[in-house]
Ligand binder design. Structure first.
Ligand code: PLP
Length: 480
């Protein structure tokens, strides 16, 4: 008898065959990308991509679907991928995402994710210890740094603000302190919470883009004299644009003094808690009430895997609840295993599978080894740029983020932005490298985040050669 559409779609034998083909194809992809073969990306304009996939839906064949996707993505495993802060995921972690996606346990309540719930507790307890927290600390995994920062600020408001806004609603007057260079999601979180422009006190940065903490007392005084109730301070570890770290120790001290909630956005650099060599950059992080660490940035996880950690675990239970519900009514046991009580999400990804499997198979040393390699490489790249004529670094790297620009002789300052922007556009269109851009103190900079454990100094040399060749071309084309 012929199978129905649904029987066909759920056919385990078909899954086995298609799955084997897909894994073979992905292994070939990894081997080519990691070996540096081919381009990082074949850039297509959005309207071209849209037209292709619309036509594909009508006439494309299923047989070549994975191959067609692979030709139209950015190869994050390629050594010349040096762009956004997204990890080339560890292959084991990617396989665990497939496992999670197949089992589809929703995690909201314990029995809908028994194994990943226990693993999540183990992984977040381990991260809490790495941060330097006591046994009272607790954490959970959530869907990205953006959501984690919002959740942390909601917790901060619940635990520090004088009024019970969760239950009684908001009538204004609250504020947070955050560096003007912090990731935009902090500002967005505050606005979602109703704080408005007046409620986000942007602390100016020093030349290197770290928060100027010497301004905090005055800003705080000004805010309170205007009738604002400041309840939290957010530190960047590091800020996104330049990879510069705030002075967490000074921020922690200030928060203790003023009884503010201290939240550290360590989405990118929080992973340095696993590094013997670079941990010192996070000095003071153990004084934070909450910390965000993105697994999909510096810890080799697939998107989207984020840990939100609380120094006092009990604080994490009050964020979304009328009362402290961390005790079950019928038992004195802590209710850590019903995740949705503490997370924004109801149903969520079983991302603990990836993190736990990597810890289990390779041990925690893999995280420090990766971070050390990438941070070291950024320092080597900085030395290389310093040693080449006509290249200007924005600042020496504190992480693996580096901003720089080409300043050829005879080109006036006002023409440098266009020149560097045009060079970056050509890099994108040619697809042999991938890097990004940013604007700092009114000037345009090229920006790399060295995410890739396959990138070698010779790749960085050839990036600079490539950029110079493109720069000369742009100058020639625009010559009168
Ligand atoms: C410092 C910082 N915080 C938060 C975020 C947002 O994290 P996500 O993209 O995981 O939502 C980023 C992303 O680049 C970041 O660099």
């Amino acid at each position: 008898m012929e199978k129905t559409l649904l029987e066909n779609a759920y056919d385990p034998q078909h899954f086995r065959e298609a799955g084997c083909r897909l894994v073979h194809r992905l292994a070939d992809h990894l081997s080519a990308a990691q070996g540096g073969f081919g381009k990082v990306l074949e850039y297509r304009e959005p309207r071209e991509a849209l037209a292709f996939w619309e036509e594909y839906l009508r006439n494309g064949t299923n047989d070549s679907f994975a191959g067609d996707v692979l030709e139209r993505i950015t190869r994050v495993h390629h050594p010349k991928y040096m762009g956004h802060q997204v990890a080339p995921p560890l292959p084991l972690a990617s396989l665990m995402a497939l496992l999670g996606g197949t089992l589809n346990n929703g995690m909201a309540v314990y029995e809908m994710g028994m194994a990943p719930t226990a693993m999540e507790r183990i992984v977040t307890d381990w991260l809490c210890r790495k941060v330097g927290y006591s046994d009272r600390a607790r954490g959970f995994l959530t869907s990205g740094g953006t959501l984690a920062n919002l959740t942390a600020l909601l917790s901060a408001r619940r635990n520090r603000a004088r009024h019970d806004i969760w239950n009684e609603g908001y009538s204004g007057g609250l504020a947070i302190l955050v560096s003007e260079a912090a990731h935009y999601c902090v500002d967005r979180a505050a606005r979602i919470m109703g704080l408005g422009t007046d409620g986000v006190l942007k602390v100016p940065v020093r030349e290197d883009f770290s928060m100027d903490t010497s301004l905090l007392p005055q800003m705080y005084r000004d805010a309170t004299s205007r009738g604002l109730e400041v309840f939290a301070l957010v530190g960047s570890a590091p800020c996104t644009a330049t990879g510069t770290h705030d002075d967490l120790r000074a921020q922690a001290e200030f928060c203790r003094e003023k009884n503010l909630w201290f939240h550290v956005d360590g989405a990118h650099g929080g992973a340095a808690v696993c590094s013997e060599k670079y941990r010192h950059i996070l000095s003071g992080i153990d004084g934070a009430d909450s910390v965000v660490i993105d697994g999909h940035k510096m810890m080799g996880m697939p998107v989207i895997t984020t840990a939100l950690l609380f120094r006092e675990g009990a604080d994490s239970y009050t964020t979304f609840s009328q009362e402290a519900e961390y005790l079950l009514t019928e038992t004195p046991e802590e209710d850590w295993y019903n995740g949705a009580k503490r997370t924004f999400e109801c149903t969520k990804l079983t991302s603990a599978l990836s993190w736990y499997a990597v810890l289990h198979q390779y041990g925690e040393g893999i995280f420090g080894a990766y971070l050390d390699r990438q941070y070291d490489l950024a320092r080597e790249f900085a030395r290389m740029l310093d040693g080449r004529e006509r290249w200007e670094l924005f600042a020496h790297p504190q992480s693996n983020i580096l901003c720089f620009r080409w300043v050829p002789a005879g080109v006036p300052e006002e023409a440098l932005d266009n020149l560097n922007a045009r060079m970056r556009q050509l890099v994108l269109e040619q697809g042999q490298f991938y890097l990004v851009q940013t604007r700092l103190q009114g000037r345009y900079y090229l920006r790399t985040t060295l995410m890739n454990p396959f990138t070698e100094p010779k790749d960085l040399e050839s990036l600079v050669d490539h950029l110079e060749a493109l720069g000369h071309r742009v100058m020639k084309e625009s010559a009168p």
